[in-house]
Design a binder for this molecule. Structure first.
Ligand code: FAD
Length: 507
């Protein structure tokens, strides 16, 4: 075993092997056979048979579109595979979205363990790059089982922003951090009744929530015009960040630890298999398309929407009876530069967005196979100005598989929905704004029961999962990272991990 043969392995190549990332869509695509890979030579031979898909994402960090282009079958080179580089770290993390990266950060800051992080692409390629950046509690229900994790995570983000400030840095520049406060806006009588009770629950939980009448709301946010009877809840302490800036800053911090061999990035290297010890049966290493990365302490799967299919691939032919039923839930965001019709003072969301989430939850609890018609598309208004001054409008939800193409009809619906709240938008057309607009598309890792999966996989003492955060992964990232690291280190967790247990995915 070679320890830390290279510190930072982040080659930028336009060609990406999506062997495991796309395994669910391409069942014929061969994944590593577990038995075979306990013998590296048979692994190499097997690899010769495997069809590799090269894929190129034309956008990963918020550019307008992203496309997965299948390339012709490529036969692996035996010689190269035998020489495949091997490395050894205490912890190996699969997936470098916000969840994987913050877990790496927590290990680096909170222990003396070394960490390798693997990604099939690069960090903002997944849902993280499309995230609107709300670090919110207003859309969560105090007392709900996710409340504790959301509160802890919020506290950790605020502490991080404060500590940057204390070190003389500007959290706005570094994280895109803004304490905008949040407005959850209702139009109907039913929504307003829900908001009034939400405001009370939030106050009972010790937060400074205010229920605002239509007139009070107009004073806070003059561009927002509701019909008679509209209202909102306002939570002044809610914040937002810029996912791209936050990721860049976390990566930069992590890379400081590369200098002493405690950190390495393996980007553009999809995890394709696991190596198991012949004596104990325990996981020894993660195999990627280019490297074998040994893990002494833990392997953590944080591959967002791909976690279920990656896990299937990694554990093929083993007796694994866990099926993480995470699904990609596609979302679009519309960003407009140099927008001068109005400014927003806060970040906003329509109450229907919350109802949509809880409707999904209720249906899951009542045993429906899918909480709502998988083909149904929903668009709920979210609106804010980001740290670069762009108007950011969202957002859609669709269960349409791993497709990340921009759908213009969804963009039109997002625009029209926003115009129902901001009449000034009706005076502009999307075509007029063509030059100033960009679109982000991401796949939220959706769990049918509405909760992420965080914890050890029963029967596999070194294997952990942290995935399925749907539309809350940015908010919940730091709390999730803290929880996983405490679990691996054997420390008591700050938040009760029971709601997130992997056990519930046993078949
Ligand atoms: C439109 C939209 C708006 C959102 N707004 C918000 C918001 O305001 N607030 C909020 O809290 N959340 C928001 N979210 C949700 C949030 O972005 C996600 O919950 C979060 O980014 C999930 O992070 P992740 O690390 O689990 O997944 P991802 O970011 O998807 O990362 C998973 C990574 O795994 C990698 N991977 C896949 N297969 C493999 C493999 N075989 N080997 C190695 N790596 C692999 C991928 O390349 C990817 O980089 C939003 C999401 C969308 C789409």
């Amino acid at each position: 075993m070679v320890r830390c043969a290279r510190f930072l392995h982040f080659t930028i190549s336009p060609s990406v092997d999506y062997a495991s990332k796309t395994s669910k869509e391409s069942p014929k695509m061969a994944m590593m056979d577990l038995k075979a890979i306990s013998n590296p030579l048979s692994l190499c031979r097997n690899q010769l048979l495997h069809r590799k898909l090269a894929s190129h994402k034309s956008s990963y960090c918020g550019r307008e579109t992203r496309r997965h282009l299948a390339q012709p079958v490529h036969v692996a080179n035996l010689q190269r595979d035998i020489k495949a580089q091997s490395h050894s770290y205490d912890v190996v993390i699969v997936g470098a979205g916000i969840i994987g990266l913050t877990i790496a950060r927590q290990f680096l800051l909170g222990s003396d363990l070394s960490v390798a992080i693997i990604d099939a692409d690069v960090p903002c390629a997944g849902a993280t790059g499309a995230g609107q950046g709300y670090i919110w509690r207003i859309n969560k229900e105090p007392g709900h089982e996710k409340w504790e994790l959301a509160s802890r995570s919020h506290e950790l983000w605020v502490n991080l922003a404060d500590s940057l400030q204390q070190q003389g840095m500007d959290p706005l520049q570094i994280l895109g951090w803004k304490k905008t406060g949040s407005l959850l806006v209702g139009k109907t009588e039913e929504e307003c009744a829900m908001l009034e009770s939400r405001a009370k629950h939030l106050r009972d939980a010790g937060l400074g929530a205010q229920f605002l009448s239509n007139r009070e709301l107009q004073m806070k946010e003059p561009a927002l015009v509701l019909e008679e009877g509209g209202a909102a809840v306002f939570l002044p302490d809610d914040c937002q960040l810029d996912a791209h800036r936050a990721v860049a800053s976390i990566e930069k911090g992590n890379r400081q630890f590369a200098l002493n061999g405690r950190y390495a990035e393996f980007y553009h290297e999809p995890a394709t298999g696991l190596l198991r010890s012949e004596s104990s049966g325990e996981i020894d290493a993660v195999q990627t398309s280019k490297s074998t990365i040994y893990s002494k302490k833990a392997v953590i799967l944080a591959a967002g929407s791909w976690s279920g299919s990656v896990m299937h691939g990694l554990f093929r032919n083993s007796n694994m009876d866990i099926d993480v039923p995470v699904k990609p839930r596609k979302g679009h965001l519309l960003l407009i530069e140099n927008f001068d019709s109005f400014k927003l003072n806060h970040a906003l969301m329509e109450a229907g967005y919350v109802n949509h989430q809880s409707a999904a939850l209720q249906a899951a609890v009542s045993g429906a196979e899918t909480p709502y018609d998988a083909e149904t598309t929903s668009v709920s208004m979210t609106a804010t100005m980001d740290s670069s001054g762009r108007l950011v409008l969202g957002s859609s939800r669709q269960l349409v598989g791993f497709n990340t193409d921009v759908d213009e009809s969804i963009i039109t619906r997002i625009w029209e929905r926003a115009a129902e709240f901001f009449p000034a938008l009706r005076e502009k057309s999307l075509t007029e704004l063509k030059k100033n607009r960009s679109v982000r598309v991401g796949l939220r890792p959706y769990m049918p029961d509405g909760k992420p999966v965080i914890g050890p996989v029963p029967g596999w003492s070194k294997f952990y999962v942290a995935a399925g955060h749907e539309g809350e992964g940015l908010t919940l990232a730091l709390g999730t990272a803290e929880m996983i690291v405490d679990m691996v280190l054997g420390n008591p967790t700050k938040v009760d991990p029971e709601p997130y247990t992997v056990h519930r995915c046993s078949s």
